[in-house]
Ligand binder design. Structure first.
Ligand code: GLY
Length: 298
């Protein structure tokens, strides 16, 4: 028997991993724990970067991205630029389980969800609409509030199986149709039962150019601890130049021994860990050389 564990990005990952823990206690698999945890953030209207409550695109339309990946089978499912559903993680899981494809986007993803029996709902909250109207009239630059961004959640169940999921509304006021790293296997998430899993959060335009989640898993495969793999992956990115210290990004990791790690190129990142002993939030303290506080332009 393996000790179950769940790890999720940001402070809003705390209630998410607690839901994962309840899923485990009810006999759920790692994939059940991933879905249960991420749904908590998706359904929380106060989380302005995931699911219901997420900020819309430049046209005022909420377009959501989500993906899941299964550690033992390498099966995966994803949706991108999906409109009209509050829990895209469940639709991504359904793509994995019921479709012959891995990634469905836009209207095709919506039609798939409807065929699968998901109910369309309003995804734009009054608060998100108010902020979009303010942005549209004043073109207020979007300030990233504390706790902003994607939920990524990696879990391992008592059989030792791993799973990972990722869900986001993407960058606030993005170009319609824009998709970031979150639903891209290898960028926003990656898992291999032989090694471990990882997920990324931050500016997709940076993360997806470095396949950060795949990189973290491959660094662990080469013998690094989850913490060291996260540090080395972020460092690979920031060493490409100052631009990649300014575009915020963070990664979390869990290996098949149950060790966890997390790192970021900024000092706002925290991640949540659940074990049967309880849940805790871990604040990441990056090396200043890996942040935009570092003045070198190398
Ligand atoms: N990491 C979320 C996004 O850039 O869409």
């Amino acid at each position: 028997m393996t000790r179950p564990i769940a790890v999720a990005t940001w402070r809003f990952g705390l209630p998410a991993v607690e839901a994962s823990g309840r899923a485990f206690q009810e006999g759920g698999s790692a994939m059940d724990a991933v879905e249960a945890g991420i749904r908590v953030a998706e359904l929380d209207p106060s989380v302005d970067s995931v699911g219901y409550g997420g900020l819309p695109n430049a046209d005022g339309v909420v377009q959501l991205d989500a993906a899941v990946m299964d550690g033992p089978t390498h099966e995966a499912g994803a949706v991108g630029a999906l409109e009209g559903f509050r829990t895209p993680i469940s639709i991504a899981r359904r793509v994995m389980e019921r479709s012959r494809h891995v990634f469905l986007v836009g209207e095709g993803a919506r039609q798939f969800a409807l065929r699968e029996g998901f109910q369309e709902e309003t995804t734009l909250t009054e608060e998100a609409k108010r902020r979009w109207e303010e942005w549209r009239t004043k073109r207020v630059a979007h300030q990233q509030p504390a706790g902003h961004d994607t939920i990524g959640l990696v879990a391992m169940d008592s059989t030792g199986n791993l799973a990972v999921g990722c869900s986001t509304s993407g960058l606030a006021f993005k170009e319609p149709g824009r998709v970031g790293d979150s639903p891209l296997i290898g960028s926003g998430l990656y898992v291999d039962n032989e090694v471990g899993g990882a997920s990324a959060t931050g500016v997709g335009e940076a993360i997806l150019r470095f396949c950060l989640s795949f990189l973290v898993v491959e660094l662990m495969r080469n013998g690094l601890s989850p913490q060291e793999a996260c540090v080395q992956a972020i460092r690979r990115m920031v060493r490409k130049g100052r631009k990649f210290r300014k575009l915020h990004a963070a990664v979390i990791a869990l290996d098949r021994s149950g060790r966890v790690g997390g790192y970021a190129n900024h000092d706002r990142f925290s991640y949540a860990v659940w074990t049967p002993e309880g849940a805790q939030l871990i604040q990441v303290k990056p090396d200043p050389q890996d942040t935009d506080a570092w003045e070198s332009d190398s």
